[in-house]
Design a protein around this ligand. Structure first.
Ligand SMILES: [Zn+2]
Length: 88
């Protein structure tokens, strides 16, 4: 039973559309993420180089574009950074 409903076909089309908006890393990219490569260093997962979305997520939504610098937690290896403790 592999017959697909129009709804499924529309979903698949939408997924392809979404995926097409992402810019995937390729094996030729020197900065391809290691986590997406196999032991031979070959890319085995689809990863968007713009938004960082992986695999199935690529189909779920179109690429949001370059994310603003994500808010990173302060580097806890320097807990005594003086300016973090500025106060009255
Ligand atoms: Zn993307």
């Amino acid at each position: 039973m592999t017959e697909r409903t129009p709804e499924q076909l529309a979903l698949f089309a939408k997924q392809r559309e979404n995926q097409a908006t992402h810019t995937l890393y390729t094996d030729a990219d020197p900065d391809k993420p290691e986590g997406a490569c196999d032991r031979n260093g070959e890319l085995v997962l689809g990863v968007c180089r713009v938004c960082g979305t992986y695999e199935a997520g690529l189909e779920d939504a179109p690429c949001p574009g370059k994310r603003p610098t994500p808010p990173r937690k302060p580097d806890l290896t320097f807990p005594d950074e003086p300016h973090l403790h500025e106060g009255p």
